[in-house]
Design a binder for this molecule. Structure first.
Ligand SMILES: Cc1cc2nc3c(=O)[nH]c(=O)nc-3n(C[C@H](O)[C@H](O)[C@H](O)COP(=O)(O)O)c2cc1C
Length: 186
């Protein structure tokens, strides 16, 4: 597949097979992420990889609780209140792996750099038959000091990209994109 075909055929996956992802494939995803460009080649990213089902369930529960208790800070999420209130809604869709990419806070463009690493990771995953979905719902909880302490993340890092990974059970059909807004092209 050409790179454009890989880019266009990647979908956010929300249903996974109950299959373990090989450790070498996780290495490969991190390798792809690390080869993203970054401002002044600062490479401000760091990774937390969680594969324990009980831990993932507890992060999902705690993330929902945190968002619901602080919904006034996240007005854009108000439309998801109903789904977040459902006890049986797992924000990770029972995926076997969560890779959260953190950004070191001291760089001018650390978050942009880290988002590029995240996209590299998702595209590489797709190219080796894995599915991913960026789970914004998890960011606030993964960014708490107590969560960072638990996963040995230094305090100068901020959570940017929580991404679930696994073998897709269902791949959604082609997504839609708006026409590009091009303000100037000459
Ligand atoms: C920053 C960001 C946060 C997202 N958060 C969530 C999320 O919390 N839950 C979810 O199911 N999908 C989430 N998504 C996935 C988007 O819904 C998805 O990318 C979008 O609908 C386009 O679909 P596609 O990825 O299949 O092209 C997120 C995507 C991004 C980039």
């Amino acid at each position: 597949m050409s790179i454009l075909e890989i880019i266009k055929s990647r979908r956010s996956v929300r249903k996974f097979k109950d299959i373990t992802v090989e450790s070498e494939k996780i290495d490969r995803l991190i390798e792809a992420a690390m080869w993203a460009p970054s401002a002044m080649n600062s490479q401000p990213w760091a990774f937390v990889v969680i594969q324990d089902k009980a831990v993932l369930q507890s992060i999902s529960d705690n993330s929902k609780k945190l968002l619901l208790e602080n919904m006034t800070n996240f007005p854009a999420l108000e439309k998801y209140r109903g789904v977040l209130e459902k006890n049986d809604f797992n924000i990770f869709y029972n995926a076997p792996i969560l890779i959260t990419i953190y950004a070191k806070d001291n760089g001018l463009y650390s978050k942009e750099d880290t988002a590029l690493a995240a996209q590299n990771l998702m595209l590489e995953a797709h190219s080796i038959d894995l599915g991913t979905c960026w789970i914004g719902f998890a960011r606030e909880y993964m960014d708490l000091e107590e969560t960072k302490n638990k996963f040995k993340v230094s305090s100068e890092y901020s959570a940017v990209a929580p991404i679930i990974v696994g073998y897709p059970e269902i791949v959604p059909s082609q997504s839609i994109r708006n026409k590009p807004i091009i303000f100037y092209r000459r």
